[in-house]
Design a protein around this ligand. Sequence first.
Ligand code: HEM
Ligand SMILES: *[C@@H]1O[C@H](CO)[C@@H](O)[C@H](O)[C@H]1NC(C)=O
Ligand SMILES: *[C@@H]1O[C@H](CO)[C@@H](O)[C@H](O)[C@H]1NC(C)=O
Length: 322
Amino acid sequence: MGAAKDLVRLLILVEVVVAIAGPGAAALSMDYYAMTCPFAEYIVRNVVSEAVMGDPTLAAGLLRLHFHDCFVQGCDASVLLDSTAGNTAEKDAPANKSLRGFEVIDKIKQMLEAQCPGVVSCADVLAFAARDAVLFAGGPYYGVPTGRRDGSRSVFSDTFTALPAPFLNASSLISLFATHGFNVQDMVALSGGHTLGVAHCAAFKTRLTTETATLDSGLGSSLAAACKSGGDSATATFDRTSTAFDGVYFKELQQRRGLLSSDQTLFESPETKQLVNMFAMNPGYFFFAFQQGMLKMGQIDLKEGDHGEVRKSCRVVNSGRW
Ligand code: HEM
Ligand SMILES: *[C@@H]1O[C@H](CO)[C@@H](O)[C@H](O)[C@H]1NC(C)=O
Ligand SMILES: *[C@@H]1O[C@H](CO)[C@@H](O)[C@H](O)[C@H]1NC(C)=O
């Protein structure tokens, strides 16, 4: 009788764990490196701190790297792998346009390998580094559960369907994000990652001529001038405070100063407009929703124990080939 009860209890427990983690998902934990690499988090923070003090725009690069990692093949550092003779990697896909921060990750990894070789995965390094980048830019601090494993697949064409295109409308963004379990609030808050950084004219020039009704005319003409003189590789910041993690991105959407179509659509579409207004009015609420979104994003399609490794170099798989 007692044994039967225990079994029932165990089954319920298993069910609850599976419900939280999803079937076959690897579970992360908050003190994963406590015994094996207790200073891992400090090492990451120090290198990120130094890097963004030298170049504040790198915070944007580090945040975007984590996003591009997680949306393609899950958070497994696939975005960090270099192309090889027989394979074009994710980072060399057109959507990589201007991915930045690889050298910062290399430096962190090098220091971690000196301290505790073969212990801290590159996917976890990315998750920590993105969090710290946000923190140093004035954004929220949130705990990052760890224990991710690095994957071995990185194929440029995987990015075509996995990453959102800058011309998507709100409904398409909602559907794409929903495939990873994000709700509408998560999607709008995560889009707020564009409070940092820049985009190239190639990504927004179409909006300049086709969306004049939802584009501030002063901004429109200055962007058009910049793109005319600099071509596709000219850049513009997403908001006026591009190295500060704040609510200004959402305020600018209200002023029709969104840079990408996928930014402005959030204010123009009834499904997302109220969230934009709420985040613009209350940056604290944006910070809260952003943390929730990042926590979810950091757990997309994690590799299970046997299906991953801890890379020695973030740029190559341990076997040296694939
Ligand atoms: C909602 C769908 C999204 C779309 C369509 C999108 C698209 C883009 C595009 C086109 C760029 C500019 C690339 C270039 O021209 O160089 C960019 C930059 C950036 N994205 Fe997104 N993105 C999205 C979501 C996100 C999310 C969820 C995050 C992070 C939480 C993020 C973080 C960034 C950052 C920080 C930059 C600036 C990078 C830099 O300055 O180096 N984006 N995004
Ligand atoms: C991104 O891909 C392009 C090709 O589309 C390539 O020329 C460039 O070097 C890549 N950038 C990075 C940072 O790997
Ligand atoms: C959004 O884009 C999709 C795909 O292009 C299209 O089918 C849909 O009608 C668009 N929705 C709105 C509200 O414009």
